[in-house]
Unconditional design. Structure first.
Length: 199
């Protein structure tokens, strides 16, 4: 474990409930890279997620090359600019895509992409459960994370699969940036759980 990580809140023992409430979508990071061993620990936690009929349909790509992150960000922004202007997601992301300085991965040093290896009814659910395990494990080690849904379209183009060495049949499901948070991220408030029935 790196000194930077040791000196972060990594050594604080947080309860499961603490971690759930402490996790935030972090969009500002310190420049330190994350140790390979720490990434391995997060991947080990990810694959302990529940998985339908024990399929474990996930595969992981770790991208730390800044040139790749920069070009992938530009591809993601370009696809948003050319997306369906009536879609809620495109409407939300368009102002960012039109901002030259906006980087889809902010200044995170690491992007982990969870790919599904095949199709199936619960395959995407499995990948998302693995993603949450990974994000909570990262939070428990003082690391910040953020899902970057805006990069999924770009990651699933044949061009990017070829460049990254991803087999064409695999699908990018969850891209997650990871790094040491540069500061505190205020919580985004939630509505109380809406209970439609409790019999
Ligand atoms: C499916 C999904 C896609 C997301 N895509 C992005 C994204 O492209 N860029 C971004 O900055 N945040 C993205 N987020 C993070 C959300 O904006 C964030 O989780 C939300 O604002 C709630 O904040 P919190 O995670 O700190 O509670 C995404 C989250 C999810 C679940």
């Amino acid at each position: 474990m790196s000194d930077s990580l040791k000196s972060s809140k990594a050594e604080i023992n947080m309860s499961t409930m603490d971690v759930i409430y402490k996790r935030r979508a972090v969009r500002d990071y310190l420049p330190q890279a994350i140790d390979k061993m720490v990434i391995r620990t997060l991947l080990d936690a990810a694959v302990y997620a529940p998985t339908a009929i024990d399929e474990e349909p996930w595969s992981f790509a770790i991208i730390q090359n800044q040139n790749i992150l920069d070009r992938l960000s530009e591809s993601a922004k370009d696809l948003i600019r050319h997306g369906d202007k009536n879609s809620t997601e495109v409407k939300h992301l368009l102002p960012h895509a039109n901002t030259p300085d906006y980087h889809a991965f902010y200044n995170a040093s690491t992007l982990i992409v969870i790919y599904s290896k095949f199709q199936g009814q619960f395959v995407e659910a499995d990948c998302w459960l693995a993603a949450e395990n990974l994000m909570l494990a990262a939070c428990s080690k003082g690391l910040g994370t953020c899902v970057i849904g805006s990069s999924v379209l770009a990651l699933n183009t044949l061009e990017w699969k070829a460049e990254l060495g991803i087999p064409a049949e695999m699908m990018a499901v969850v891209p997650i940036i990871i790094g040491l948070p540069a500061g505190e991220t205020p919580p985004v408030p939630r509505k109380p759980p809406e209970i439609i029935v409790w019999k």
